[in-house]
Design a protein around this ligand. Structure first.
Ligand SMILES: NC(=O)c1ccc[n+]([C@@H]2O[C@H](COP(=O)([O-])OP(=O)(O)OC[C@H]3O[C@@H](n4cnc5c(N)ncnc54)[C@H](O)[C@@H]3O)[C@@H](O)[C@H]2O)c1
Length: 365
């Protein structure tokens, strides 16, 4: 890696200064984070970029005017960079979290932390042992609309929650190489909705997942689905329903509704542009096509929050234990889909956070 000059080494730590961050992984999500860190996060400074694909790293580095490398080694040894942002494929996350934590770096990691429970726990242990911070990429918690609804629910304005409904639908499926390493639909996509279900409504006691692959025979070939419905029973008695699609066709949708005894909150799919084109009997408006168009503010705010918590030594708003809980819920959804049976969950409250347990569903058991 081109050496970072010593003169730029002290921008981290004290209040008001920028936390230097190394960004690892520069695909779809990494390039969104590169843009956010370069221009939309006042408390962060993009120090360098790393991607296994050197050409990609060089291209992004040129755009952001920072050093680049195709290896993480130099970044992990660089004492002028206290934090890393991981946007590599999911299968690499846990190992990189462990390496970064052992190198004393604070870590922002894209969801999910891992596709295995044991590796997720090892990553959390490494973070705790090193005493570094870990924030996981559940960006909706930072979107101003979702955060405002959350705050009003916490303030008691919704009353007793009755019904939670959320839709997360991609316009079209990602590359097959991505799908093959994604951990499957529930761990890759539904995990976002399961995190917001906990955040907005509460812990979950039963999950029942249904999935089919309809838009492309390739989904069945890799043992995955592209369309799913997940029914939730919450501890507080509320019901929930999540619907997900890889191939909605019309656009990217991420909407929700929470109905309660005092109010109903609804976050609809916003428009990509704030105008309508009206013709006789019709009004048309442009929809977001992907998560980048829908959530640029949330992606910037989550990294700004991470930088702030590193700089001010405060707790991240989405913790490693939140990532573990969402992982366990998504695994339970996957198990439910495979067995064709509901899965009962136990939410165990521990000092570090909630941990879920469930028994593998056994047909006829
Ligand atoms: N929060 C969200 O809304 C959201 C959206 C999409 C993806 N994601 C997550 O982001 C992660 C990345 O997804 P993506 O769609 O950007 O993937 P991608 O395949 O588009 O990009 C991954 C990049 O990482 C690079 N890479 C692979 N192994 C590496 C290594 N060991 N070191 C350095 N670089 C390496 C690849 O060359 C590639 O450029 C996944 O974990 C995914 O779940 C999150």
């Amino acid at each position: 890696m081109a050496t970072v000059s010593a003169a730029r080494s002290v921008t981290a730590s004290a209040g008001g200064r920028r936390v230097r961050m190394g960004l690892i992984g520069l695909g779809r999500m990494g390039q969104i984070h590169a843009t956010a860190l370069s221009s939309r996060c006042p408390s962060a400074e993009l120090a360098c970029v790393v991607d296994a694909d050197g050409k990609r790293a060089a291209d992004v580095a040129a755009r952001c005017a920072v050093p680049w490398s195709s290896s993480v080694d130099g970044l992990l040894e660089d004492p002028t960079v206290p934090a890393v942002v991981l946007a590599t494929p999911t299968a690499t996350h846990a190992d990189l979290v462990v390496r970064a934590a052992r190198a004393g770096k604070h870590v922002f990691c894209e969801k999910p932390l891992s596709l295995q429970r044991s590796a997720t726990l090892s990553a959390l242990e490494a973070v705790e042992t090193a005493g570094v911070k870990l924030q996981v990429g559940f960006h909706r918690r930072f979107d101003p609309d979702w955060a405002a609804v959350h705050d009003r629910i916490v303030a008691g304005e919704l009353g007793r929650p009755y019904l939670f409904r959320t839709s997360l639908r991609d316009m079209r499926a990602p590359r097959v190489e991505y799908l093959a390493g994604s951990g499957g639909f529930f761990l890759d996509v539904t995990i976002h909705d399961l995190d917001v279900a906990r955040w907005l409504v509460g812990e979950i006691v039963q999950i029942s997942a249904h999935g089919v692959g309809l838009s492309d025979p390739g989904f069945a070939e890799i043992g995955d689905v592209d369309t799913a419905v997940v029914v939730l029973h919450f501890e507080n008695g509320a019901l929930g329903v999540i619907d997900n699609s890889r191939s909605a066709g019309y656009g990217y949708e991420c909407s929700t509704e929470i109905m309660g005894s005092s109010a109903t909150a609804r976050i609809d799919n916003p428009r990509a542009r704030n105008y309508e084109w009206r013709t006789p009997g019709w009004a048309a408006h442009e929809l977001p096509r992907d998560f980048e168009q829908r959530y640029p503010t949330a992606y910037a705010l989550e990294l700004e929050a991470f930088a702030t918590c590193v700089r001010d030594d405060s707790a991240p708003r989405v913790t490693g234990r939140d990532a573990l809980a969402a992982f366990e819920l998504a695994s339970a959804a996957d198990a439910s889909w495979r067995a064709g049976l509901p899965v009962a969950l136990r939410a165990l409250r521990e000092p570090a956070g909630v941990r879920y347990e469930y028994d593998e569903p056994a047909p006829g058991g």
